[in-house]
Design a protein around this ligand. Sequence first.
Ligand code: ZN
Length: 260
Amino acid sequence: MPELPEVETLCRQLKTILPGEEILRIEILDARLGTIEGLVGRRVEAVKRRGKFLQICISGGLTAELHLRMSGRLFWQKGGVPPFPSYSRLVIAFPAGTLILIDPRRFATFTVQPVSSAPALVEDPLGGLSARRLREIARTRRRPVKSFLMDQRLIAGIGNIYACEILFAAGIDPRRPSSGLSPAEWRKVAKMSVAILERAVACRGTTVSDWRDLFGCSGTNQDHLAVYARQGEICRRCGGKIERITQGGRGTWFCPSCQQ
Ligand SMILES: [Zn+2]
């Protein structure tokens, strides 16, 4: 599932191509996306990200908003002629090339409206997290700290991979109740969240299954994963063994000796 670094990767890549481009044609290949009207002939003014929503600002005061959900990705194809890749659901043609939404599981959404409907965020980790704010929100919550980091209503865009990696980098056991972390520990979580996510953006995301960037290339952050999907392997920090447990129905990977 694309997390914040993957969406930010697409946002940065789109920024280098789309602003100023005129929308020549839109083809909806999957009726589940609904109708998309009023875009042809308008120009892209800007590309932004709010949480895991990609926003394409269009002349005339419209905003096209894309959420990739489970399996969506974007692909930039030079030239606008078929064949399009398998599982293409939406095609937007520009003079410079064609933007294609590929989405095997078909949960991605694309809407066009005068104003954004993306929810206001409590915190965007790439903007820097406030340790004090995190601690305030967590004070009354007994859920494990890993579930807290993954709660999209509180912090945008941290999914399973990055939650595991952040807690390893911060040296915190993922099973601890969020209300029990000290101010110093929240400072570590805040600092490591930004560091881990920024590195993932610099690596154009983590390709452990099907993630590809706008140009069809794999990310490289999987080469930096310290714990995720490494159960039974050696911890590079202490030489101990990485373990896997299940939390909230998802796998959690951690090092029992490095994470207290
Ligand atoms: Zn270790």
